[in-house]
Write a protein of this length. Structure first.
Length: 402
């Protein structure tokens, strides 16, 4: 509690998606809490577009999350060399610009922008200028910074997106989540399209890659070529964003988040994201819904509670890490798309559960059975998590899109 006030005080460090959603839910559900949100940049949310399926979250969560979305559609498509498919169900995209505006309107003076943090402890935050802020609860949501020596073996989903205005309507009626008919020589690659208006479309060139290195120049050229191939004339570049998402092959929570580290974490910092897609909205929203309901909002209580939550979610995502090992280790780069093409043969309900990160036993059986897209004798080499461990895979990730 703030000294002498009897009021519980909470400081959220890092103004990315997870802490912004947590701030909004704390304000809505625990208005008596003294809340401070600290961000080192001049805006919240960075420069990102986050997306989620309506079935990724429970109806109660969707009720408050959907109004935050800037765009929504009733269906989406996927394209592969051997399969085209339209799937029904709502899909939503949330922009960092809108998130910033909503949070600033709700929290106002509780947000401190351009505030660099020098250190974090469970009961205080030390600012770069030397000042200190005391709190009952401090939550670190500054993004993922780790390596294989610190609990996770990673590969990456890296992308560059351009929001462009076309000279003529693009003709899309919903998102194209994966267009994998593009060249596949460097590994699984697809183009991701979000039609914001009749002429404005976000075009993202995306790779599932063994490295986190991004070459913006190459991806810009590929986006231009893709637009030209579709007969689109780009009239104006409105915005550009890029990101590198973590894809997990193996993990060890004791190394990733040691018990001795008693500062609560949120978002990528806590390891709360989908281990195959890198999507972070469902996990961020779930934490934002659950944490305000704790009767004791002190770091000493909240840190082990979040760690237990991470442990449970990581255990539930074992099948996703197995699929990642199949994708990155068992399949040659040019054939990796076949695994996703094979996946999209499944019933829509299984695909919904997959994106929500909550496969049932029956779902898992369906995902892992059928004629495999890679030789079974080769795939068996990578069933065990230890097969993925190799030195030199590192990450230094801020909360990106998706």
């Amino acid at each position: 509690m703030t000294a002498g006030s009897g009021t519980t005080s909470v400081i959220l460090v890092g103004g990315g998606l997870a802490n912004c959603l947590l701030a909004l839910r704390l304000r809505a559900l625990r208005p008596e809490v003294s809340l401070t949100l600290i961000e080192g940049a001049d805006r919240l949310g960075g420069n990102h577009t986050w997306s989620f399926h309506g079935t990724d979250v429970p109806p109660g969560t969707l009720a408050w999350l959907r109004p935050l979305a800037s765009y929504s559609w009733p269906h989406y498509d996927v394209r592969f060399p051997g399969r085209d498919r339209r799937l029904t169900g709502s899909y939503h995209s949330l922009t960092s610009e809108h998130l910033h505006d909503v949070v600033m309107a709700e929290l106002g003076d509780c947000v401190r922008l351009n505030a660099s943090v020098a250190g974090i402890a469970p009961d205080r935050v030390t600012l770069a200028g030397g000042g200190q802020l005391a709190a009952d609860l401090v939550v670190d949501g500054r993004g993922l910074r780790t390596s294989t020596g610190a609990g996770v073996t990673l590969r990456f989903q890296k992308f560059l997106g351009q929001l462009v205005r076309l000279a003529q309507p693009h003709g899309l009626t919903g998102p194209l989540l994966m267009d994998a008919t593009v060249s596949q020589e460097q590994g699984y690659r697809f183009v991701y399209l979000l039609p914001f208006t009749a002429t404005d479309v976000l075009i993202e060139d995306t790779y599932y890659s063994d490295t986190g290195t991004l070459d913006p120049g190459v991806l810009r050229q590929q986006i231009a070529a893709y637009a030209a191939d579709r007969g689109w004339q780009v009239r104006e570049l409105l915005r550009e964003e890029n990101g590198v998402l973590p894809i997990v092959l193996d993990c060890d929570l004791a190394a990733f988040w040691p018990v001795a580290d008693s500062v609560p974490r949120a978002g990528l910092r806590a390891g709360l994201f989908h281990h195959t897609t890198g999507y972070s909205v469902p996990e961020a929203a779930a934490l934002a819904d659950a944490l305000p309901g704790l009767p004791d909002l002190r770091s000493t209580v909240v840190a082990p509670w979040i760690r237990d939550r991470v442990r449970r979610r990581w255990r539930e995502q074992r099948v996703f890490r197995l699929l990642n090992r199949m994708l990155f280790l068992a399949a040659p780069p040019a054939d990796r798309y076949r695994i996703l093409q094979h996946f999209y043969r499944l019933p829509g309900s299984v695909i919904d559960h997959f994106y929500a990160g909550r496969l049932t036993l029956r779902d898992t059986s369906r995902v892992l059975t059928g004629t495999p897209p890679i030789p079974i004798h080769h795939a068996l080499r990578y069933v065990l998590p230890s097969s993925s461990r190799s030195p030199g895979i590192t990450a230094n990730l801020k909360a990106p899109g998706r």
